[in-house]
Write a protein that binds this ligand. Sequence first.
Ligand code: ASP
Length: 340
Amino acid sequence: MKPQILLLYTGGTIGMIKDPLTASLQAFDFASLLDKIPELNLLDCSIDTVSFETPIDSSNINPSHWIEIASIIEKNYATHDGFVVLHGSDTMSYSASALSFMLENLSKPVIFTGSQLPIGDLRTDAKENLITAIQIAALQNNNKAVIKEVGLYFEYKLYRGNRTTKINAEYFQAFASLNFPALITSGVHLNVQHELLLKNYSQAPLIVHKTLDTNVALVKLFPGITATVLKSILDIPQLKAVVVETYGSGNATTDDWFLKTIEDAIAKGIYIINVTQCAGGSVQMNQYHTGKLLEGLGVISGNDMTTESALTKLMYMLALKISRKMFKTVFETDLRGEIS
Ligand code: ASP
């Protein structure tokens, strides 16, 4: 039996063409995408396709689309061995992170991919990305999927989805996973780092979490940020949690107004998550005095999570209605390989 792969087209450059009038890129009909790659017929798997009714530029992605992707996977989970999600690169890391949390007990591959150039472009990176992503989704060992997690394949590397960040709008190598090595490198052969893969030994059935709580915010610190800016964010009605991108290993100003504002927010019940604004490395709040003060106030450590992962983990966890007592512990726990 050939592995059965479901290809889900959500939109993005990979399936776009130039509007002859405006010269801007717009999504086009998915059926023509497959016409553009007859090579797909040579792959040793069967491919079914499904498309968003209106494919979108991934800048328009929001949690309702994540729920749609998760629901399509759920509906086809029993009948398919692997899933490839074609998605714009702009927000792909957010979507891959969100799906990693929404799909609990995943035992089949869900591989996000896209491209920097449209599939019809002469110099396109779309073909390699798409073909190899499908091959990875079809990888099996004793009739069992090799990859049992949400991955992101781009420019010869499969990364754990919730470890990635888009780092370049120009080069084909658009993504990086600075705190975790690539799971697969594609050369003449697919070089699988088996020891890095999530194992999922449990026989537990897939649980698809379709509720996300978006009462979250993101603040990036910068020298000169004012009390008015920080306070007005933390005063937003209904706000439940904020990811604060701090400096270096989780450090922030020790100015009284800053610490007091954070303290007041925590007292009001808002969760404050500390992630570093550095591309790589992790938050260690006990390393410097400037971080230690935050820890003392009850700030939660994002450890070496990406901002994309921290935000989507918050949306997922807030919807689970985890008790105040447990929230910090659960957030600081590695749930889907997002923390080292
Ligand atoms: N703007 C596009 C998108 O994210 C870029 C891409 O597909 O790479 O949908």
